[in-house]
Design a binder for this molecule. Structure first.
Ligand code: PLP
Length: 280
């Protein structure tokens, strides 16, 4: 059965959805996006995604395509129309449609599209075994704090990881891990979680934000600082976080086994408490 997707105010079957070739998202990647998880037919932490969307739009001087309440209602309508039990809703806003010019066109209206994807988020088999990661150079621009649809560098990084039999690429800049191609990066040493502090060099993950809150509630220590691949190889545990992976254990980095090649106790506990809240 074909999905029902959303395009600028209309719910249509996916094979009937159309956007203009003059859309600036298509021509310049002049747009931003969000991915919100859905568990048991309900949006998880959607307010955090709306807040980050607001920030991304403001940083790019792009107008909201509709009100916040309307955006949330649209997400819920897509869940309903597609009978989505578990997966994600992808949404993207672009600056809109105009004849091709680099500077911002005057009186332009933002475009908004969205669609669901069915995924196994809770019972993800990878979470039982853990995944492999390889490091790759971070060749992205310097506004990674904006959730831009300009994703060619992460596409190349992810493909390189897949070619090497890994599930994710950890990007490295100036000798330090920045983040995954589509996730935040963490190591654990002596029961303390170590992750890079927020800046323009990484995306402020909504899952990261929720994890910080949950770790605090459960008295798990987090240290925000840079770490090198060598430090990661010697870590007790490692994991990544994102809206579609939640908390995912990592058991190998660049061929180095982490924590004996099994998901460790800290990451298992974090995933468990994250899932408890997502399913509540
Ligand atoms: N970092 C990057 C580069 C990402 O693309 C993503 C998600 O797509 C994340 C981190 C994790 O963010 P979130 O937890 O909001 O999905």
């Amino acid at each position: 059965m074909s999905r029902i997707v959303y395009v600028n105010g209309a719910y249509v079957p996916e094979n009937e959805a159309k956007v203009s070739i003059f859309d600036r998202g298509f021509l310049f990647a002049d747009g931003v996006y969000e991915v919100t998880p859905v568990v048991n037919g309900k949006l998880v932490d959607h307010d955090a995604h709306n807040e980050r969307l607001d920030r991304s739009l403001r940083e790019l001087k792009m107008a909201w395509p509709c009100g916040v309440a309307e955006l949330t209602a649209m997400h819920k309508e897509l869940i309903k129309r597609n009978n989505l039990h578990e997966g994600i809703i992808y949404m993207q806003v672009t600056r809109g449609v105009a004849d091709r010019m680099f500077n911002f066109p005057k009186d332009i209206t933002s475009s908004l599209i969205a669609f669901p994807q069915v995924m196994k988020l809770v019972d993800n088999p990878n979470a039982r075994t853990g995944v492999k990661v390889v490091t790759t150079p971070d060749i992205r621009w310097l506004r990674r704090d904006i959730k831009s649809i300009m994703l060619l560098a992460p596409v190349l990084g992810k493909e390189e990881a897949y070619q090497q039999g890994a599930a994710e690429g950890w990007m490295v800049e100036d000798g330090f891990v920045t983040e995954g191609t589509s996730s935040n990066a963490y190591i654990v040493k002596d029961n303390t979680i170590i992750t890079r502090p927020l800046s323009n060099r990484i995306l402020a993950g909504c899952t990261r934000r929720a994890l910080f809150r949950l770790a605090k509630e459960h008295h798990v220590k987090i240290e925000e600082r840079l770490f090198t691949p060598a430090e990661a190889y010697a870590a007790d545990e490692a994991f990544l976080s994102s809206a579609s992976q939640f908390v995912m254990p990592i058991v190998e980095i660049d061929g180095h086994r982490i924590g004996g090649g099994q998901p460790g106790p800290v990451v298992r506990k974090l995933r468990e408490i994250f899932l408890e809240e997502a399913q509540a």
